[in-house]
Design a protein around this ligand. Structure first.
Ligand code: AMP
Ligand code: GLY
Length: 380
């Protein structure tokens, strides 16, 4: 039985009080905003058990300058970069460089603070948006300017406690809104696991050269990381390199990863909070999983909400439907209430089978203006 509470994720004080008053045994923090604001520290101060990194460790996502300095210091493979806290110095630097370059706001910008600039004009515009027009507020106090990498992107995850880390299976996210990776980027229009190009050798390299060394680096920096570490990587000609770290599960990646977990998630999370992760033997299914996001008409731009969703009861029993932007209206019907509305997830012996099942079922579900990509887990 689940119950939604009408408490904002930014209202840390009320959340702590609710967990304390209701003797909640374990709280799992989802989004990066509260993690960066120290929600874990606030829960721990009250002796409440909580899954997620504390404020100091969440810096790995909340400050790209912090993350890049950590990677450079501990020789964790990533793009060459420099950072600036002065707009004038950053723009002088940009004017002296060859393009392309990638411009990143230091702080949290809801996935919008990164521009891959092919021309100097684009680079200067991105810099001005971040540091002069302050489109992302204080997130633009500093910028990271880095080399553009090419290759395939993959999202990798590890559970970590204060001593050790255990890799999870990986996934690929389709960020662009339209088929063929056209159109603006979204929070993710669908994903699949396992990534077909990630060989066992590459996976081992990711664990041994990136994920484990990063967790160990955080320990050495006296900022032990407890929770899920998410590495957004590019598989380049020179091997896997980090694009960014997130201090949380990925959305929608989690929806194709956790169905493959054969072990008990609660046991793992409790082991993370108790620092007994080394005793856990994590098992994953060899099945493949494909998730397709159904979005509101107009998303990622403006969209209307409140349209009834039909067909949710007409799908096969083994299909999972994750609700993201939905709510119950006054008559108790499920209606749209966000940009990304639902993710339809299917498992299969391989990606082709999972994909076919997901698409066969998605056609049963509908709402006004609904759109989704037809090429999730379909490879060029
Ligand atoms: P991030 O928030 O750092 O993951 O960046 C968002 C997106 O920008 C990534 O998913 C990539 O598509 C792209 N990106 C970020 N950094 C780089 C880079 N150094 N080279 C090429 N593309 C990048
Ligand atoms: N799917 C990208 C993210 O969760 O940041």
């Amino acid at each position: 039985m689940a119950q939604n509470l009408d408490i904002k994720s930014s209202d840390i004080e009320t959340l702590v009080r609710f967990a304390s008053d209701n003797k909640i045994d374990l709280t799992v923090i989802g989004p990066e905003g509260p993690l960066a604001s120290g929600i874990v520290d606030a829960f721990q101060l009250k002796g409440l058990r909580v899954f997620g990194p504390n404020k100091a460790a969440a810096q790995i996502e909340a400050s790209k300058v912090f993350a890049k300095n950590l990677m450079h210091k501990y020789e964790i493979p990533c793009a060459k970069s420099v950072d600036f806290s002065s707009y004038e110095e950053a723009s002088k630097y940009l004017k002296s460089q060859q393009m392309p370059l990638v411009i990143k706001a230091d702080g949290l910008a809801a996935g919008k603070g990164v521009t891959v600039a092919e021309t100097r004009e684009q680079a200067l515009q991105a810099l001005s948006d971040i540091m002069d027009a302050r489109l992302y507020g204080d997130a633009g106090n500093s910028v990271v300017i880095e080399e553009k990498m090419t290759g395939r992107e993959v999202s990798t995850f590890s559970f970590a406690d204060a001593y050790t880390s255990v890799p999870m299976v990986s996934a690929c996210d389709h960020k662009a809104v339209y088929d063929g990776n056209k159109g603006p980027n979204t929070g993710g229009m669908g994903c699949y696991s396992p990534p077909f190009f990630l060989t066992p050798e590459l996976s081992t390299e990711v664990t041994d050269r990136i994920m484990n060394p990063t967790i160990q680096a955080m320990i050495r920096e006296n900022k032990p990381y407890q929770g899920v570490l998410y590495g957004g990587l590019m598989i380049t000609d020179q091997g896997p390199k980090v694009m960014e770290f997130n201090a949380r599960f990925g959305d929608p990646e989690t929806q194709v990863i956790l169905p493959r977990l054969k072990s008990d998630l609660l046991e793992i999370m409790l082991a993370v909070t108790d620092n007994t992760l080394k005793n856990i033997n994590m098992e994953w299914s060899d099945d493949a999983c494909v998730g397709i996001v159904m979005a509101s008409g107009g998303y990622p731009g403006n969209f209307k909400k409140g349209f009834p969703i039909t067909g949710l009861n007409d799908i096969d029993k083994d299909i999972m439907v994750f609700h993201a932007g939905t709510k119950l209206d006054s008559s108790g019907s499920i209606v749209t209430d966000g940009g990304r509305v639902l993710t339809i997830v299917a498992s299969g012996k391989n990606l082709a089978e999972a994909r076919e099942k997901a698409y066969n079922n998605i056609s049963q579900i509908n709402f006004e203006g609904c759109h989704y990509r037809r090429d999730i887990a379909l490879f060029e």
